[in-house]
Write a protein that binds this ligand. Structure first.
Ligand SMILES: Nc1ncnc2c1ncn2[C@@H]1O[C@H](COP(=O)(O)OP(=O)(O)OP(=O)(O)O)[C@@H](O)[C@H]1O
Length: 253
């Protein structure tokens, strides 16, 4: 049997000796799209940063593709889109250049881009609907388009696992739809996704499983909770259903 893409076993993670996650276990199989949900500050970003080895574990273990994180070297298999960092950032790079930088782990800095690199960059731009913006400076794009640029950069590396931290937060509806389309294409190619989200929006039909982080642990691991009542209104900020069976406070922020 193939090992899960991600295995987290009794992980405890925190900062400066202060625990954020106390005992988290989670396995994500190939082809799954797992949404990490929870209140603000519950540790959603901390969980995905731990999965990427960006925050050390206090205890427990994490493996990627069956290899313990401390021995894992195949980072080309993983694409990461961090929480909004403003791809513009004053850097006068074009959209095409930023997306092409997603190939660096694959081709190495010293080798010039080849046909496969150019094709992957073009496909990634196409996937997020920015093919016609490749020559434009990133700083001239809207926030949603900048976010799509970062997603295209991750896709250009042709990863098997995409890890995304709030990819659609504050992103306009057109960009959310474009992102959902890109994700659909990625999944069609056999990809696996772990993403943090507040608002599932157009991503909802793509999510196969939801994991709710609460009080240092995982309070729910299973079906994606439905937004209820007025919370389902499009102008409502957060998804936090209060069904009778739902533990109170999971969604509030
Ligand atoms: N680099 C850091 N150093 C110290 N504390 C941190 C650091 N990053 C996050 N924290 C703290 O860890 C806790 C969990 O933060 P985290 O960003 O993982 O939560 P989150 O669920 O992703 O929140 P949000 O929904 O607001 O993005 C918070 O109390 C936060 O202040």
């Amino acid at each position: 049997m193939t090992a899960p893409v991600i295995t987290v076993t009794h992980a405890a993670v925190g900062y400066d000796g202060r625990p954020v996650l106390r005992d988290v276990s989670l396995a994500v199989d190939a082809g799954e799209v797992v949404a990490v949900l929870g209140a603000n500050g519950s540790g959603k970003s901390t969980l995905i940063r731990a999965v990427l080895g960006l925050v050390p574990l206090h205890s427990g273990a994490i493996s990627l593709f069956g290899t313990p994180l401390r021995r894992f070297r195949q980072w080309r298999r993983v694409g990461y889109v961090p929480q909004r960092l403003g791809a513009g950032g004053g850097v006068p790079a074009t959209v095409g250049e930023v997306v092409a930088s997603g190939r660096l782990a694959r081709r190495g800095v010293l080798r010039p881009p080849g046909r496969a690199d150019r094709a992957a960059v073009a496909a990634a731009l196409e996937a997020v609907g920015l093919a016609d913006r490749a020559r434009d400076p990133v700083a001239t794009l809207s926030g949603g388009q900048q976010q799509r640029t970062l997603i295209a950069r991750a896709l250009a590396g042709e990863p098997e696992l995409l890890v995304l931290d709030e990819p659609t937060a504050g992103v306009d509806a057109v960009s959310q739809e474009a992102f959902a389309g890109a994700l659909r294409g990625f999944l069609g190619g056999g990809g696996t996704v772990l993403l943090v989200a507040h608002e599932l929006g157009p991503l909802r039909p793509l999510i196969s499983r939801a994991v709710v982080v609460h009080d240092g642990g995982i309070a729910h691991d299973g079906v994606v909770p439905e937004p209820a009542g007025h919370h389902a209104e499009p102008d409502h900020d957060h998804v936090h259903p209060h069904g009778p069976d739902e533990p109170v406070g999971l969604w509030s922020s």
